[in-house]
Design a protein around this ligand. Sequence first.
Ligand code: NOJ
Length: 740
Amino acid sequence: MKTIIYIGVILFLSCSKSTTSKMRSVPKDPLIENLISNMTLDEKLGQMTLYTTDWESTGPTIRGGYENDIKSGRCGALFNSHTVDFTTRLQKIAVEESRLKIPLLFGYDVIHGYKTMFPIPLGEAASWDLEAIEKSAYIMSKEAAASGLHWTYAPMVDITREPRWGRVMEGAGEDTYLGSRIAEARVKGIQGTGFDKADRLVACVKHFAAYGAPIGGRDYNSVEISERVFREVYLPPYKAAVDAGALTVMTSFNDYNGIPASGNKYLLTDILRNEWGFNGFVVSDYTSINEMVNHGVVKDETDAGILAITAGMDMDMQGAIFQDKIKTGLNDGRININQIDNSVRSILRIKKLLGLFENPFKFSDKTREANSILTKEHLEASRDVARKSIVLLKNNGILPIKKSVKKVLIAGPLADDKNNLIGAWSGSGEARHCVSLLEGIKQNLKATDIRIEYIKGCEIEGSDKSNFESVLAKVKDADMVILAIGENKDMSGEAAARSMIRIPGVQEELLKEIRSSGKPIVTIVMNGRPLVLNDVHNGSDAVLEAWWLGSQAGNAIADVLFGDYNPSAKLPISFPRHEGQIPIFYNYKSTGRPFNPDSKWNTKYLDMPNAPLYNFGYGLSYTSFDYSAPTADKTSFKNEDSVNISVNVKNTGNYDGEEVIQLYIRDVVSSVTRPVKELKAFRKVMIKKGENKVIKFELSKKDFSFYNDKMEWVTEPGEFHILVGGSSDTANIIKIKLTK
Ligand code: NOJ
């Protein structure tokens, strides 16, 4: 048994049982204290109340009349309210007609763009380009802030191993390390270093916690995971976002360890505030406090409100429970006024940080609104990150398309589409501002003699094959086919789980028909989740995973098709061969009987391999990269040291290209079972053709640490394998030892 080296003791097991919690460390401010001392209970509860306007809603609107609530001080924040005109009208009511004139906070789901749309977050994660991701988060905030908004419900940092779950499109995929780095980048992009210039929003990390692990992939479903998996896999990205300065956190709809998140003191107080020192405010998800009655942990909404307050909830989204139901709890002593004051203080502090007390209309400037949206610079940034997000899944050499081709047939229901290309959760993004694939290709080929023809062929859904014959007639006349197929945008996002994650309708049959012609086919898949793509893979000469790429989708795809951009993206999530393999992820454990294709008695299916069709970290380029074996500056190192790993990467192909160099570790023997590999570092680097680059990584003890059987965060001496390559299935390895 190895000697255990303690790095720190996490007292969460005892914390979870404790009944007391530390005082919140929210700094006191004279203006806010003065306000609190003058507020009636109704006004305090009003600050803790968030309603949707009737502009738009993502769930049932259970209470109207918000204008009267603003006047009477019974509502301090509104969501789905944007544009300078609309927010100015509402803010005027608050600061001119309410007793205490406290400004309103305006929130909205600005998830991957306000007007300039960027790729859906899962797609953008495929870029592995933290700078580009931060920039897109900044631009979406800038546009939204210019349109009267203060607060976005992003980033969504839920790790998931569930491609059936519709909200997979909103996160960064399956990996904790990649997800944590992206969470930080997004928070930095959204919030920047402050709100002086009124060009940043307050971020809201969601959905705390483990929302990405619903049983069976069905949205809103229960979560059953061990404390170990919760701590190791799901929790770190929320912490990374909080450490990056996120000022607000949204709870999730699910339960964790038997307690719904919105009433879970272990999550909201013990972990979030006491362990992590979070001092912003926590908002519920849409009516998630009320839903604790359905969860069956409280008998009525009053008890639900009291459970939420006791757990550490500050703001009630749309449920009207804080406003209407919790006074009973104050009267009978189940909650106290200090708890209410703490929440009000935390909320008013954010309004103060935004500068709203000095100028409630700071974010409502008509000129800025007119000049900041859909600018050339924003559209260029969107195109840049969109092409960086396209994953080349297969290429038999047909791509990039040579300009010597004479005639290209463009087909498929997503070829001339704009509405789906802006993706689910597109907020106020408009399809009319999106470049379709057809438009992008036309624009790209403007100066060439290549002729193009277009036919839709079929719809995304349904069984109508009546146009197949016309497609085949046109195929005859073309040198090659570009086929755009996939999901429609409502097939992903909230409340959009699918049990079968294939390309819907007759689209794959259309591919088959075209294949029968013998003409070369490039298939472009547009979708919000990993799909089962075996037939697409086998039936195409090249396959591009193009997600939903946003405003510049068509231009970005055309850039890749015709070689103006060499694809560099890598999958942030595994693509299974079959739904029966789900959950499927690269960082599984060895088990006592690891997979062995030559024997029966081990962890496997009788009817299919264990491996996904495309694994995490996979993605091709038009060039090729050769990796040297990694080297370490020491093969044995002490726990306090760091170890430097180097690898030479040579571009051996005919194109300049960017490569994502990924570093994984495996702890060979440890006191608890560990994953066969875990991503610990990556770098995205441009390597010119023929060039050789030395890439260096520094690993320290945190990279080798894990929770032992007592859930203490430790490292243990012994052998580690370090694997460095261009995908999670790399076997390029060096072995090192950690000594005491
Ligand atoms: C419910 C969703 O779960 C959440 O992500 C979103 O921010 C709210 N509705 C508000 O639209």
